[in-house]
Design a protein around this ligand. Structure first.
Ligand SMILES: Nc1nc2c(ncn2[C@@H]2O[C@H](COP(=O)(O)OP(=O)(O)OP(=O)(O)O)[C@@H](O)[C@H]2O)c(=O)[nH]1
Ligand SMILES: [Mg+2]
Length: 187
């Protein structure tokens, strides 16, 4: 609560009163980061952004169609969707770091492989392996490990894998998408 002075008239005389007004519920922000999601057509970038926004959207934030603003554990996060063609066109937004979005159903596609040379200049810090809800059998653990190794091999060709690089398995259909949010804010 904060105090402010207000003049009011009592019996024709003006007098000052101290009144209490509640603070507006402003979320506290300790730091801000911006993140770009890059992936082939249909891997689930837009769906993931909608899920993130529903789960952790920043109250009152405005943003363009292909992005969202989140608040997760005191960190304000701006997430952008980017398409492979934007790399060639040089029309990608600036971001602190980047994630590849790869569908576990399609894996590393040829069009994604073709942009790796251009992507190598950007600060990538992980791969979000999307659509994991499509996997339902115990044997899928092995499938995911193999897919991860395969993707890793392609990224290593272009020195994209760094010490802090991570692979996160998830789904845009998971309403509580905490693993990905925790990874985004890690330092
Ligand atoms: N099973 C499953 N389907 C998903 C998931 N995420 C997205 N989809 C479906 O995949 C399709 C494409 O999703 P989008 O989010 O439009 O993909 P995108 O990467 O934004 O596509 P572009 O913007 O065209 O490159 C839609 O039919 C989604 O419902 C997921 O996690 N699991
Ligand atoms: Mg999209």
């Amino acid at each position: 609560m904060s105090l402010f002075k207000r003049k009011s008239k009592v019996n024709g005389n003006s007098e000052e009163k101290l009144q209490k007004i509640p603070h507006q519920n402003k979320p506290s922000v300790a730091r801000s980061v911006s993140v770009c999601l890059l992936g082939a057509e249909g891997v689930g970038k837009s769906t993931l952004i909608h899920t993130l926004e529903r789960f952790a959207g920043f109250p009152g934030a405005s943003h363009p169609e292909d992005s969202c603003v989140l608040l997760w554990k005191d960190v304000q996060i701006t997430v952008w969707e980017t398409h492979l063609c934007q790399l060639k066109e040089g029309t990608v937004p600036h971001a602190d770091f980047w994630y590849f979005i790869v569908g576990v159903d399609d894996g590393m596609t040829a069009d994604l492989y073709q942009v790796l040379e251009d992507a190598a200049a950007l600060p990538f810090r992980g791969v979000f392996m999307s659509k994991s809800d499509c996997l339902s059998f115990i044997e899928d653990t092995e499938f995911i490990e193999d897919l991860k190794l395969e993707i890793e091999g392609y990224l290593e060709e272009y020195d994209i894998i760094t010490e802090k690089f991570t692979f996160i398995q998830g789904s845009a259909y998971n309403v509580e998408i905490t693993d990905f949010l925790d990874d985004i804010i890690r330092q």
